[in-house]
Write a protein of this length. Structure first.
Length: 112
């Protein structure tokens, strides 16, 4: 009887730990997605304003440092939450739409 009670208690602890780990990782994933979206939005806007689409490059790299420097020069990109990220290794590769010269997509690499 004592073995059954101990086994049930261990099973309950394992289930609670699994649920807790799932919730923790889900929250972390959501936070990373939010930061990636901020970086993606700011990078596309930066590209539209500061980069010529007539360059022969099909992917343009915009670092967090570029975005922070633009903010210091009067821009207002939302970079909240990215303060602890590496300034040069956190970047977005912006893909150019050659038909209209606009930013088509941005692939973000976070180093926080």
């Amino acid at each position: 009887m004592k073995k059954k009670v101990v086994l049930i208690i261990l099973l309950i602890i394992v289930v609670i730990a699994a649920v807790g780990a799932f919730l923790f990782f889900k929250k972390t994933e959501n936070q990373n997605n939010e930061l990636e979206n901020k970086m993606q939005t700011a990078s596309k806007a930066y590209f539209e304003k500061y980069v010529s689409a007539k360059d022969s490059i099909n992917v343009y790299k915009i670092t967090l440092k570029d975005l922070e420097e633009a903010n210091q020069n009067g821009e207002n990109y939302d970079l909240k939450g990215l303060e602890n990220c590496d300034k040069t290794n956190t970047f977005a590769n912006v893909t150019i739409n050659y038909k209209n010269g606009k930013a088509k997509n941005a692939q973000v690499e976070l180093k926080c």
